[in-house]
Design a protein around this ligand. Structure first.
Ligand code: NAP
Ligand code: SF4
Length: 677
């Protein structure tokens, strides 16, 4: 055991009637599994995280009633059958030595449901439905439904409940004037506005007894106009404690806030300073959260006295064993959450089951299994980008003898470019993880070696993961000295002039634009700069934590124009929950975004474009440098050459399909192939 490296994280936490084995809470995440009703799968998912060391797991949000569900049909404990199903999960978690609390999530006006209810009939900016204003009787019903959910949770074997009072959901909507315009005893004064959450906690406690965990998730910085002052936050926390809560968990920002709170460009542990302000003001343990993704960060946050416990959510998708590996000296084997949201939150918001970009087994544990190979084979994998790396590692882990080739002198492929983008520093950790896994699984790595067909002939299986090449957009003048490819800029460090036009506004066009405007200094690694850029202020001085003078972005390093041919909003196909952040970042940095162009030609003055099918309105985009980011085409020359020699390789990743390629698809495809080789 190597717990001594993280002494704060591995200190048990005595709650009086029960003890948590360490200071790590697995925070609530909606996975979509509960709505599927595959309870063995759900039990396997949570059981793995309990075995992997989480002291206390919080489930995805369960609706206390139909009107409060995040969407119509959202899961909850509505019947005896539901209770019996949840018991399968709680039993499994207990068998694995863990504890589990059920989150009660009433969405209020955020419910994607025409029957949604709220303190006042004010539509949220992120929902199409105007909520119904509750009357006294309606409020009483909501409280009773919370209490019923809590008692049923206890019946289902949960160790506790988390009452969701933050992120702009129902209870939070009562707390702030922004959404509560009532003039009765549930609105107006602060005392009236916090009456509902306190009633919910008090009555839940009375119903469940003393030896049951009640976590209250409290919004410590709303990041919306008219949010709570910090004095109000402290008052609420103290009253929540008096009402019977066991633990206070931190909520950061409403869902409608225009400040990123968990994306990869948010600095690690970016909000723990907010929770720290509450330390010493209440007698019960306080949990902090958001962008805590490694044991080092977790331990440091606790050592700094920011909280009594940390919440990590997505890191448990990336690696169910994050805590266990930190405990027993396998730190370098932890698959890191890179906070991309691509397979978790983006899936949730697209109605798909959550999983993880770096761990395709997350939520698919029962289906995607890595069994020891019945017959060990020799396997050649060509290409050490995400697809090749994942194949090599999983195949070797299963007992195959794997050789991995790459013509580059380092692993990573496109990841090696992504890691250079400001705000994508987490990719460094992912590459480091792949390196450690290659070593641990005994893959023979041949870097700086372009594989040829003759080198691949003796293998039982050949996997081609040779990735992509930049597409040639064929624009007259593109061979001029003022034109660069994105690889020249990102990897080659080519000199770029002051005025830049970027051809192509996909993932790479946006990345290159961010690289250029931020050049030299990444706000993701400088918390104070990041707070200034996004207008995050001190909630002790500014209600809700919004800086009075708004975002103060630093001057961009280049004047950038980003272009695409499609006549639609640029960045439309970026991540569902993160695209807005990329667009807002570039907008703040004065990047001009132009869609619907035809690229006519490039000359010494810059890029000449026209608009529409009739090629009207000829326009010069003045630029010192033009950068080509026009997408990718598959690199299949080796695959084709092998076919000619009678060898049929497996072709995966970008070599298989280049369009809108991303690492999620590549790693998923690779893992599924490696599981059956
Ligand atoms: P892409 O997303 O497919 O975008 C290609 C861009 O090039 C589009 O803007 C397209 O717009 C333009 N284009 C296509 N054909 C063209 C042509 N013949 N002439 C001129 N322009 C052309 O590809 P990408 O930008 O290379 O991005 C893929 C990469 O982004 C992957 O490596 C992925 O990992 C990374 N990435 C993905 C995400 C994500 O959210 N999924 C985020 C960041 C980075 P028009 O056709 O309208 O001109
Ligand atoms: Fe983290 Fe991305 Fe995995 Fe989500 S998909 S858990 S953000 S690495």
């Amino acid at each position: 055991m190597d717990q001594s490296q993280y002494p704060h994280m591995f200190a048990p936490l005595d709650l009086g009637f029960t003890t948590l084995r360490n200071r790590v809470l697995m925070g609530s995440m909606h996975t979509g599994l509960e709505e599927l009703g595959e309870w063995e799968r759900i039990a396997t998912y949570y059981g793995a995280r309990a075995r992997g060391g989480a002291a206390l797991i919080v489930t995805g949000g369960m609706a206390p009633n139909r009107e409060g569900g995040v969407f119509a049909g959202a899961a909850g404990l509505f019947s005896q059958d539901d209770i019996a199903n949840h018991r399968i999960v709680t039993d499994r978690v207990h068998d694995e030595g863990g504890k589990i609390a059920m989150q009660i999530l009433h969405a209020g006006r955020y419910a994607y449901n025409p029957d949604c209810v709220a303190p006042s009939a004010i539509k949220s900016p992120i929902s199409p439905f105007v909520p119904k204003e509750l009357d006294e009787e309606g409020i009483e019903k909501q409280i009773n439904d919370f209490v019923t959910a809590a008692t049923r949770a206890r019946e289902a074997g949960y160790d506790g409940v988390e009452i969701m009072g933050s992120e702009g959901y129902f209870l939070n909507q009562f707390i702030v004037r922004h959404t509560n315009k009532r003039t009765d005893r549930w609105g107006g004064s602060y005392e009236n506005r916090i009456r509902l959450p306190l009633e919910v906690v008090r009555r839940c406690r009375a119903a469940v007894g003393e030896d049951f965990i009640i976590i209250y998730r409290l919004s410590m910085i709303d990041l919306v106009p008219d949010g709570s002052t910090f004095d109000e936050v402290v008052e609420l926390a103290q009253k929540v404690e008096a009402a019977g809560a066991t633990i206070i968990n931190t909520g950061i920002g409403w869902h409608e806030a225009r400040v990123p709170t968990i994306a990869t460009s948010v600095p690690r542990a970016a909000f723990t300073w907010v929770t720290k302000k509450l330390m010493g003001k209440v007698g019960i343990p306080v949990i902090t959260s958001n962008r805590i993704n490694t044991p080092e960060v977790a331990d440091q946050v606790l050592a700094d006295g920011c909280a009594d416990m940390v919440s990590m959510a997505r890191p448990f998708l990336a690696d169910a064993e994050i805590v266990a590996k930190a405990a027993d000296g396998r730190r370098d084997q932890i698959a890191p959450c890179i906070a991309c949201n691509q397979a978790c939150l983006d899936h949730t918001f697209s109605g798909k089951i959550s999983t993880c970009l770096v761990n395709p087994r997350a939520c698919y544990e029962t289906e995607l299994r890595y069994e020891p190979a019945a017959q060990p084979k020799t396997i050649a994998v060509v290409g050490a980008g995400p697809a090749g790396l994942e194949t090599a590692i999983v195949a070797a882990e299963r007992g195959h003898k794997v050789t991995l080739f790459d013509k580059a002198d380092r692993i990573g492929g496109q990841l090696d470019m992504a890691r250079r983008i400001p705000g994508k520093e987490e990719f460094n950790g992912l590459i480091g993880y792949f390196e450690a896994r290659l070593a641990a699984t005994g893959v023979s790595v041949r870097l700086g070696q372009a594989a040829r067909t003759d080198m691949l002939q003796g293998f039982d299986e050949v996997v081609i993961a040779t990735g992509v090449n930049p597409r040639d957009p064929g624009i007259p003048g593109q061979d001029g000295p003022n034109v660069l490819g994105y690889i020249d800029v990102l990897r080659g460090g080519a000199a770029v002039g002051e005025k830049v036009a970027i051809i192509g506004a996909g993932g790479i066009g946006f990345d290159v634009a961010e690289f250029l405007v931020e050049r030299g200094h990444s706000p993701a690694t400088d918390l104070e700069m990041w707070k200034r850029e996004w207008g995050v202020g001190d909630p002790e001085e500014n209600p809700g934590g919004l800086a009075p003078d708004g975002p103060q972005p630093a001057k961009p390093a280049h004047q950038v124009t980003l272009l695409q041919r499609k006549a639609e909003k640029l960045g439309r196909n970026l991540g569902k929950t993160t695209g807005w952040i990329h667009r807002a970042t570039l907008k703040m940095k004065g990047v001009k975004m132009i869609g619907g162009v035809n690229y006519e030609r490039i000359d010494a003055d810059g890029l000449h474009v026209s608009f529409g099918e009739a090629r009207e309105n000829p326009t010069l985009i003045e630029a010192d440098t033009i950068i080509l980011c026009a997408g990718q085409v598959s690199e299949r020359s080796l695959a084709d050459a092998l076919q000619e020699k009678g060898i049929t390789p497996h072709v995966i990743g970008g070599a298989d399909k280049a369009g809108e390629l991303d690492a999620k698809r590549a790693i998923n495809q690779a893992a599924r192939l490696a599981a059956i080789l």
